[in-house]
Write a protein that binds this ligand. Structure first.
Ligand SMILES: [Zn+2]
Length: 300
């Protein structure tokens, strides 16, 4: 099988792309190890389920306001995590996610939107981009795929939420295009990462999902690669394993990002409920991790 343009074979350190971190003994989530080493001014990663005060199935670091948690627990968890990373909680800026593909440009005036209430968040948006230092773009996950974008040339960042719907709506490509038009980002100079999500090991889908995935693959002229992303169950007709991480990696390549510049996490949220929340594994009653990316030029 050709590997010349395959994210599968060219991303580095598949298992270690996201490294578990702690600061002064407190869980500091899983961070993109390579970026952290090379660019001291960038912070990017995803929280684990540990280190907060939420209880029951949401224990303990639930970061989202829409899962029937006590709002003060969520707000305290966000503040505690920001404190662990040494970032002011006022930097925390988020959207109300709808499994769409709208990308919002975040300006200094929008810093902190959605930090305390859902109503205040940027509405109907699944990707955020900014060139503003001191803004911490965040989005919430429990199986869907966090996508990270970083343009070192223009010191700009992006973060997208891609479940199967956002994936087939090509939100990865929409985010790259938005950064190109807003900041002059050149895809061939950008870095990208695909974070922890439900893996092909656990993500069984039926024809209701397989059909729109196939249509998207045809639209993107990737139909011949279907077997890489949508693996049929040998014993049960109409059942498949969907590999959202690899599919999003391939859409990043289609958007012009070089395979060697793409980190693919490989961690499965459903296999690893010791570390992560999983909507499917925990039958819908669970918390959300926060993925984040931000630029802190004061640390340079
Ligand atoms: Zn799994």
């Amino acid at each position: 099988m050709s590997s010349s343009n395959s994210a599968n074979n060219t991303s580095r350190n598949q298992q270690e792309a996201f490294a578990e971190t702690s600061i002064a003994g407190k869980p500091a989530g899983y961070q993109i190890a390579d970026w952290q080493q090379r660019f001291p001014y960038i912070s990017a990663g995803i929280t684990s389920r540990h280190g907060g005060i939420s209880t029951g199935p949401l224990a303990s670091m639930n970061c989202a306001l829409h899962v029937q948690d006590e709002p003060q627990h969520v707000i305290a968890n966000r503040a505690a995590f920001a404190d662990t990373l040494g970032i002011p909680v006022e930097a925390w800026t988020c959207a109300e996610q709808v499994h769409g593909n709208r990308v919002a440009l975040v300006t200094a005036q929008q810093r902190g939107r959605g930090r305390l209430t859902r109503e205040d968040a940027l509405q109907a948006t699944d990707a955020l981009i900014t060139q503003e230092p001191g803004i911490w773009l965040t989005a919430f996950f429990a199986d869907c795929v966090p996508l990270y974008f970083f343009d070192p040339e223009h010191k700009a960042v992006g973060l997208a939420h891609a479940g199967w719907k956002g994936t087939v709506l090509q939100i990865a490509e929409e985010t790259v295009e938005a950064m190109t038009s807003a900041f002059g980002s050149r895809p061939e100079r950008m870095l990208a990462a695909v974070g922890p999500s439900i893996g092909a090991c656990c993500y069984e889908v039926d024809d209701a999902v397989a059909k729109p995935v196939r249509e998207a693959l045809e639209r993107m002229e990737m139909a011949e690669q279907e077997i890489r992303f949508l693996v049929p169950d040998r014993e049960r007709a109409g059942k498949y394993r969907l590999n959202l991480q690899q599919l999003n990696g391939q859409i990043m390549i289609k958007a012009g990002i070089m395979p060697i510049h793409i980190e693919i996490c490989g961690l499965c949220t459903s296999c690893r409920t010791d570390a992560f929340y999983s909507h499917r594994k925990e039958h819908g009653r669970t918390g959300r991790m926060a993925a984040w990316i931000g630029i802190d030029l004061t640390s340079v």
